[in-house]
Structures are given as structure tokens and as C-alpha cells.
Ligand binder design. Structure first.
Ligand SMILES: [Zn+2]
Length: 379
């Protein structure tokens, strides 16, 4: 590649990969983005929360606001000697660009910046604002990132109308899948209290394993919902169970378990918790249940934004993208509750978080074109 000049998004992507921004360290990535956005007339505001650096940049004061969003942080490379090349030195092989963050999601960032440059190079006047929201805390705890930026914006009455997240949404080929929502994620940490005893005298003890077993079977058998037009059926999974004293002649006093629901918009976390407690209470066991909510489900219903995305993808690839709500959680869960239409469109996700993470060079250039087209269609 030495002799061929790199396209602007690939050049920027390389510059970002060279900054080893292992979560939550931004490692100077946002500085680079600020330089580019300031040159375009964006007002750039760094929002520091704890050790997390966030960026809110906006060009224009009118509504509606179209915001591109994403994160500069990456997951650790793992064992660097397992990589075919230095994870923080962008390396080209066979039309692919290798490096940590190449797919998740520095290519998304590079494409959105160049798309904005291209659009603003030709369109000085349009009705509305363009914005960019970047965090360095998506791969980590995600407490001082997008969540707090959205709260700060809400507090001063700044409302995003449309948001395009550059997360790697594609499965086999660029644009084959666009995320229009995500399932909710609710975890339970359970303790069942029994009475320890001699295995030969079960009537003198309360065995928590025996108490929990039929309830566990029921939790698996329940049809929580049938899903709906946008979501698959809600699923329940146990991820951990512990009990037992280690002795073969003692029934234990306690059982602990962890489980998780991935749930559809047929539930809120409150209604789901209530249903679970009803099931537990029907079994008359002594238990304690702690909950952790990672995110409520969200959904962007068909409208201007989804139409623009579908059209932009179709023009580039010739095929309509699948609109999906599958996969894990993303920062969309923090943006959507503010009444924002959120969609996720980015490169193929097959190598994310893995050794030898990579992206197709042509896909990054094509993604810029899609983002640019989305801006044109919305304004
Ligand atoms: Zn990501």
C-alpha cells in the first residue's frame, strides 16, 4: 500500500488505531476528532466524568438534531503475541485492515467524520443541526459515558432527534443488518435459605436445592411472551448455581444462583420482576432476590430515520438491510430513553473483541458513503 495514497477515512482510521485507547482511556483519540470537527464549524465540548473523557460536538443551533454517536475505547488486545501483527499498528493484508478497534468501532468513527466533511463541503445551509457524541467508556463500566452526557444534555434542554450509532452491526456483508433496537437485560441474584441437616433425617432440615429445583424447572418452562413484530420471545437463562457443604452426609443451608432475562418490549423491568416474584411466592420458599438492570429494551419504530437508513444502504449494496433487535446491549440503551430515534449501522462484526480484529478497507469507504447519504436524505 506504500505507494497508493490512503483514502481520508482509512488514514483517519489508522491514526485512531495507533492510539491504544484501552477502556476507559481515550488516549488522545477525541483530540484528533475535535481537530477535524472544529475545522468544520462544530462547537466541541469535552465532558469529563471521573476518568472518562466524553465529547459533545454540535454544528448549528436549529432543530432537528442528527447525531452520530460512538466510542473511542477498545477492549484489551489479549495476548499480543497471538496477533499476526501489532494490534496498535494498523496493518494491511489482502484488502483487510488489522488492528484493535478496526471494527469496534474506530472505522465507524472515521467514516462518520469523513461523511460530515464531505456533506458540509457541499452543503453550507440546511435546516437543523449536526452533532457528534463520543465516549471512552462503552466497553467498560459504561457509567460515566453516554449515560451522563445524555443526562447533561437533557438537563439543559438539548434534545437529539435522530441518532446513528456506528457500532459494527453487519453480519456477513456491510449493511446486511441494521439494529433498530435492543432487548432489555435484567439479572437476578438469588439466595434460597434452608436449614442445614443430616442427609439421613431430611424431615429435620430444609434442603434449599430440593426447594429450588421445581421452581427452576418452572422458570424455564414459562412462556414469558411470544415476542412481537420487532422482538424475539423473552428468554430466561440460569448462569450460575452454588450450594452444598462439600460433605456427602450434610444437606446445605443455602443455595445461591444467578440468572438473566433478555426481554422484549412486552415487559418493563418492573412488570417482569413482579411476575418472577409471583412465581417464587407461589413456591413458599424463604428467599432473597437482588436485581440488576443493565438496560430496558428500546425500539425505533419505522419512520424518517429508518427509511433514510434503508434507502442509503439499498443504494450502496442493492439489497434492503434486515432491521433487527438482536445482539447484546449497546449505548443505544442510554440514548433511546430520552425520546431519541436510534439506529446502529456499522461494519461486519465477526472479528470484534477477537485476536486479529479487522475490517474490509472497501467497507469503510462504502460506510462513509452510507452515512453521507443518510445526512442528505434527512436534511
Ligand atoms: Zn462497540
Amino acid at each position: 500500500m506504500a505507494d497508493t495514497p490512503l483514502s481520508p477515512e482509512i488514514q483517519l482510521l489508522c491514526d485512531l488505531i495507533r492510539r491504544p485507547s484501552i477502556t476507559p482511556d481515550d488516549a488522545g483519540c477525541q483530540e484528533l476528532l475535535i481537530e477535524r470537527l472544529s475545522a468544520l464549524g462544530f462547537v466541541c465540548e469535552t465532558m469529563q466524568f471521573g476518568d472518562v473523557t466524553n465529547l459533545w460536538a454540535r454544528r448549528g443551533t436549529a432543530s432537528p438534531i442528527l447525531c452520530f454517536a460512538g466510542h473511542t475505547d477498545v477492549v484489551p488486545p489479549g495476548n499480543e503475541s497471538d496477533w499476526s501483527s501489532d494490534p496498535f499498528e494498523p496493518t494491511f493484508r489482502d484488502g483487510l485492515l488489522y488492528g484493535r478497534g478496526a471494527a469496534d468501532m474506530k472505522s465507524g468513527l472515521a467514516s462518520m467524520i469523513v461523511a460530515l466533511e464531505q456533506f458540509l463541503g457541499e452543503n453550507k445551509e440546511f435546516e437543523g443541526s449536526l452533532a457528534v457524541l463520543i465516549t471512552s467508556d462503552e466497553e467498560g463500566r459504561a457509567r460515566d459515558g453516554t449515560l451522563k452526557v445524555i443526562a447533561a444534555l437533557e438537563e439543559r434542554g438539548e434534545h437529539i432527534d435522530w441518532c446513528v450509532l456506528g457500532e459494527p452491526s453487519s453480519q456477513e456483508s456491510l449493511g446486511d443488518l441494521v439494529r433498530v433496537g435492543r432487548r432489555g437485560s435484567l439479572s437476578g441474584m438469588l439466595t434460597v435459605n434452608g436449614v442445614q441437616g443430616h442427609v439421613a433425617y431430611p424431615h429435620l432440615a430444609e434442603n434449599p436445592i430440593r426447594q429450588f429445583a421445581p421452581l427452576l424447572a418452572e422458570l424455564h418452562d414459562v412462556e414469558w411472551d411470544k415476542g412481537n413484530d420487532y422482538f424475539p420471545p423473552t428468554s430466561f437463562q440460569v448462569v450460575d448455581i452454588k450450594s452444598g457443604t462439600g460433605a456427602p452426609n450434610v444437606t446445605p443451608a443455602e443455595l445461591t444462583a444467578r440468572f438473566n432475562f433478555r426481554y422484549s418490549t412486552e415487559w418493563t423491568h418492573e412488570s417482569l420482576k413482579q411476575r418472577v416474584h409471583e412465581l417464587f411466592d407461589a413456591h413458599r420458599i424463604d428467599y432473597d432476590l437482588q436485581w440488576h438492570l443493565s438496560g430496558e429494551p428500546f425500539l425505533t419504530t419505522p419512520g424518517k430515520l429508518t427509511n433514510a437508513i434503508v434507502q442509503a444502504v439499498k443504494e450502496k449494496t442493492g439489497a434492503e438491510p434486515e432491521l433487527s433487535t438482536g445482539g447484546g446491549t449497546s449505548d443505544g440503551r442510554f440514548i433511546s430513553p430520552a425520546g431519541v430515534d436510534v439506529v446502529e449501522l456499522g461494519p461486519v462484526n465477526a472479528s470484534i473483541h477477537k485476536i486479529d480484529e479487522h475490517v474490509r478497507v472497501d467497507d469503510v469507504v462504502a460506510l462513509t458513503g452510507m452515512y453521507r447519504r443518510i445526512i442528505e436524505l434527512l436534511f
